[in-house]
Design a protein around this ligand. Structure first.
Ligand SMILES: [Zn+2]
Length: 84
């Protein structure tokens, strides 16, 4: 029974990790921009819900004099390149 419980806990953690990871991946840590939702519209005008993720990259960025690895959207990267 113990091995079964351990296995179940691992699978739950695995699921949580995936959900958490997706949440992190799609959100900019600078401006907080996240995914937006809309419709995919086929040629036959059938509407199906879809998700538009922000273009988020993991980059080393200088923030308050410290280099940090952050998930940052490309529009924020462009803004940083203008200021720094
Ligand atoms: Zn951003």
């Amino acid at each position: 029974m113990a091995w079964f419980q351990k296995d179940a806990a691992c699978s739950v953690a695995h699921l949580l990790h995936i959900e958490f990871g997706e949440f992190i991946m799609a959100k900019c840590e600078i401006c907080g921009r996240g995914p937006q939702f809309g419709n995919h519209v086929s040629f036959s005008q059938r509407h199906v819900k879809r998700r538009f993720n922000a273009n988020v990259q993991k980059r080393k960025v200088l923030i308050n004099g410290k280099v940090r690895r952050v998930h940052i959207c490309t529009s924020c990267l462009k803004t940083l390149s203008k200021t720094a």
